[in-house]
Design a protein around this ligand. Structure first.
Ligand code: GUN
Length: 282
């Protein structure tokens, strides 16, 4: 079998066109959705991520501000900025890029963001809302994966989904979204014994472990839908996912590539969350 490709780049472009229309409808009513992105320190990867986030706002006609601070910024100063942005009516979404320098308490920072402006969906209120089946602002990457599954017409109700990875950012919210959509969900982690035994049962595999080409074709059931959340470098320095695309695409029914899969959807759902925050909380 040669798998159908789930083209995240295309789905992201279509979704952004839809967001752009809603942004202009909202702007016509005098509300221009605005995103504030805060970067502390000089992590080169974080620089690339935040500049892509800010650029994407321009593509859909949203207002954005990028605040950059040196690595020695105090936690108190960062919290002060967050409080100011919480009270700024031109800002509907606040994103503090992770990781933060070690001296800053990440939990305290994430909890300081108003839940109504928490476009990452990381605040306890938003995590809890998802957990209890009343989602408000949702974590962007799993939200994007749900859109990809919807576009590829993957049946979730009654399907067995195996989520490989249990992070707060991807694995856990992903499992909750799949559960809510009616799937039977198994969450695996780095300590899972005989991982292949679990992944071979799955109609849907979501790989979010952060290990290059970790899920191979022999670990899949024929016809499974495979979504690759990974973003790694292979032995030649080439960008690759958590799934070994070459072997997996021979067994899977549908598969998302890296690059061009989940990556473009994560930014798109950040824009969607900012739009939803502006629509619902102003
Ligand atoms: N660092 C890596 N991924 C993310 C993300 O989704 N949001 C934030 N705020 N920081 C990140």
């Amino acid at each position: 079998m040669t798998a159908k490709i789930i083209n995240g780049k295309q789905i992201a472009a279509d979704t952004q066109a839809f967001i752009k229309e809603r942004v202009s409808a909202l702007s016509a009513r005098g509300i221009n959705p605005g995103l504030a992105v805060i970067l502390v320190g000089d992590n080169p990867a974080s620089h690339v991520y935040v500049s892509n986030k800010v650029k994407s706002c321009g593509v859909v006609g949203m207002h954005s501000v990028l605040e950059q601070y040196p690595a020695d910024l105090t936690e108190a100063k960062l919290l002060e900025r967050i409080h100011a942005l919480n009270n700024d009516a031109s800002i509907h979404g606040i994103l503090v890029q992770l990781p933060l320098p070690k001296h800053i308490n990440e939990h305290a920072v994430l909890e300081a963001i108003s839940p109504t402006k928490d476009v990452d969906g990381f605040h306890l209120i938003n995590a809890g809302a998802l957990m209890t089946g009343q989602p408000r602002l949702r974590a962007c990457t799993p939200y994007g994966v749900m859109k990809m599954l919807e576009h590829s017409e993957t049946v979730l109700r009654g399907a067995h989904a195996v989520v490989v990875g249990a992070s707060n950012i991807v694995g856990k919210p992903m499992a909750m979204m799949m559960l809510q959509a009616g799937a039977t969900v198994t969450i695996c982690n780095s300590k899972t014994r005989d991982l292949a035994h679990h992944t071979r049962q799955a109609n849907i595999v979501i790989a979010a472990v952060g290990r290059a080409k970790f899920i191979t074709g022999d670990m899949l059931k024929a016809g499974a839908v495979v979504i690759d959340v990974g973003m790694n470098r292979d032995e030649n320095g080439k960008l690759c996912g958590d799934v070994d695309f070459e072997s997996a695409s021979q067994i899977a029914g549908a598969i998302s590539p890296v690059p061009g899969g989940v990556g473009p959807m994560t930014i798109t759902m950040l824009l969607m969350n900012t739009l939803e925050a502006a629509e619902q909380y102003t």
